[in-house]
Write a protein that binds this ligand. Structure first.
Ligand SMILES: [Zn+2]
Ligand SMILES: [Zn+2]
Length: 371
């Protein structure tokens, strides 16, 4: 096996990715070297690329990206099984977490690994072990403690790639928001997360799913993924009118759950307005530090409304997400989630094409990089 991997290294917003050779690390007894098969460009990757939040980049750049799947290239000496105890061999297709709860903090001790504040490392350069820190490379190093799951044969590589980020994130988020059978759900933003959230909400028993966006192609896709109603911001530019429509579609009471999958916090107060009394707002989209909104807290108090924030998920979600895809593979057009494919060395084109902020005509939902 070669001793180096090919990686797309990022040097900061406005600068192109550069393809570099990066050393393949010695695999620790409990580590796993993975040959990446598909790496998707996630909305949060676009935030970094665009420079929405200030971030310090290492001198030697940063290999990032996290939404991916691959094959086991080399197993650590002590790894015999996946995280469910099923035998694992080199060459097996796997889905895996890309974050590492520390097991040494108050959240971890309380069995809330998704809330572990130490589970994501700060950007470190490819010179730092284990060198392969992200998805935009032909190999990824799953560190000791990472969770790994065999992938059912019924699913294609492309179908599995969104599992460890978008799909698991929405599945866990809707669980934390307390989605119950018969609920009504408002989804703000019909990108990769929002589209999959529509399907997951239906599968979890939601009676009414309403998806809001401003790109007609995305709203059509939301319909194909189970949305009962779609709301085009361009067609209904008045916010009060939109809230009224949601109320109409929810028997006059408002939604049980509303979710931000947009990534721009200005949408949050409107989503909270769309909730019924006692409803829950699920905040996932806004990851950029420093972004602010004005909020009237009395609306939460008098409306008995809750806001829950969720980043990543507990590891039990991945096998359930895979099961969800297997049992619903005929029900929704999964191949339409992935709209474009690029070879890894065309990553700069792939990011440019994925950019949708201020360019509302694009129909790209998820671009995949194939190393
Ligand atoms: Zn992501
Ligand atoms: Zn922890």
């Amino acid at each position: 096996m070669s001793t180096t991997a090919r990686a797309a290294v990022f040097f900061g917003p406005g600068k192109p990715f550069e393809m570099r050779d990066v050393p393949i690390p010695e695999v620790e007894p409990e580590g796993i070297l993975i040959r990446v098969s598909v790496a998707n460009i996630c909305g949060s990757d676009l935030h970094f690329w665009r420079g929405d939040a200030p971030l310090r980049y290492p001198e030697d750049g940063w290999i990032y990206g996290h939404e991916m799947m691959g094959r086991v290239a080399r197993l650590g000496a002590k790894v015999k099984t996946d995280s469910l105890g099923r035998p694992l061999r080199e060459g097996d297709r796997v889905a895996y977490t890309y974050f590492y709860p520390c097991r040494r903090c108050y959240a971890c001790l309380n069995n809330e690994p998704a809330a572990c504040p130490n589970k994501i490392e700060r950007p470190v350069g490819p010179s730092v072990f284990p060198h392969l820190h992200g998805a935009f490379a032909d190999h990824y190093y799953l560190r000791p403690g990472g969770y790994v799951f065999q992938v059912p044969d019924a699913l294609s590589d492309e179908a599995v790639a969104p599992v460890n980020c978008a799909l698991s994130q929405v599945l866990y988020g809707l669980r934390v928001a307390g989605l119950r059978f018969g609920d009504s759900v408002v989804i703000q933003g019909a990108g990769g997360l929002g589209i999959q959230a529509a399907a997951v909400a239906k599968d979890m028993g939601a009676a009414t799913v309403i998806v809001i966006d401003q790109i007609p192609g995305r709203l059509a896709l939301a319909k194909a993924f189970g949305a009962d109603h779609t709301l085009d911001l361009k067609e209904v530019p008045d916010r009060r009118e939109r809230v009224k429509l949601v109320r109409q579609w929810t028997g006059g009471v408002g939604a049980d759950i509303a979710c931000d999958f947009v990534g721009f916090p200005a949408v949050i107060p409107e989503g909270i307005d769309m909730l019924r009394a006692g409803g829950t707002y699920l905040e996932i989209g806004t990851i950029s530090r420093g972004a602010k909104i004005e909020l009237e807290p009395s609306l939460l108090v008098w409306g008995s409304k809750k806001i829950v924030g969720v980043i990543q998920y507990d590891p039990w979600v991945i096998p359930r997400a895979l099961d969800f895809l297997v049992r619903n593979r005929e029900r929704w057009p999964w191949d339409r989630i992935l709209s474009h494919k690029y070879p890894l060395d065309r990553i700069n084109d792939a990011f440019a094409a994925s950019e949708w902020h201020n360019r509302e005509t694009t129909s790209i939902t998820r671009a995949a990089l194939i190393p």
